[in-house]
Design a protein around this ligand. Structure first.
Ligand SMILES: [Zn+2]
Length: 187
């Protein structure tokens, strides 16, 4: 079953928000990631900003931060579209790019670029979806704290059988992903 079909079977109110990342790059909606249902089911229950909470904690497989820069950091998505789905997040809690200092915006792009370099090294990623959902109508998952998604892609990863048949896109344990990605950023 495709992820988008799973979304459609849930509460109709959340459909526009949950498929937002899918919209900016059409092929993404075919990526098979049913584990994201956990995110959909738990998302509305969390209080406070998950990113501000994560950055206030020591870095580990618990908070999932793999790299801290000067103005922004890199964190694993807890409910990834694919193993290695990263996000670049400014330390300041702001809802859109315009409010950020230009230095912060610049560093975020540098970190997004670094993410693609590391994901090529670790997972032999062939392509990427890199994007930002700003505002509720665009479907931002964490409305108040702008962030860049970096999702690794491989040829054939939209095909259900290929996903099952090749370990490269099977979801690995998040703690394992954390160790691999953090080690790559520490090089
Ligand atoms: Zn925040």
């Amino acid at each position: 079953m495709r992820a988008c079909q799973l979304f459609l079977e849930k509460d109709k109110y959340i459909i526009p928000r949950q498929i937002s990342l899918l919209k900016f790059q059409h092929p993404m909606k075919h990526l098979w990631s049913p584990w994201r249902m956990t995110y959909i089911e738990n998302h509305e229950k969390q209080a406070g900003c998950v990113f501000c909470k994560a950055q206030s904690q020591a870095d580990s497989a618990e908070n999932l931060i793999v790299f801290r820069g000067q103005q922004a950091y890199v964190i694993l998505n807890r409910y990834p579209y694919a193993s290695g789905h990263l996000m670049v997040i400014p330390f300041v809690h702001q809802p859109n790019l315009e409010i950020l200092h230009s230095e912060t915006r610049a560093e975020m792009i540098e970190l997004a670029s670094l993410c693609t370099t590391k994901l090529k090294e670790i997972y032999k990623a062939e392509s990427f979806n890199v994007g930002i959902n700003i505002g509720e109508a665009a479907g931002a998952g964490v409305l108040g704290h702008v962030h860049i998604h970096v999702v690794p892609r491989w040829a054939g990863d939209t095909n259900f059988m290929t996903t099952l048949g090749e370990a490269r896109v099977l979801p690995e344990a998040l703690a394992d992903t954390y160790q691999r990605v953090k080690a790559a950023f520490e090089k």
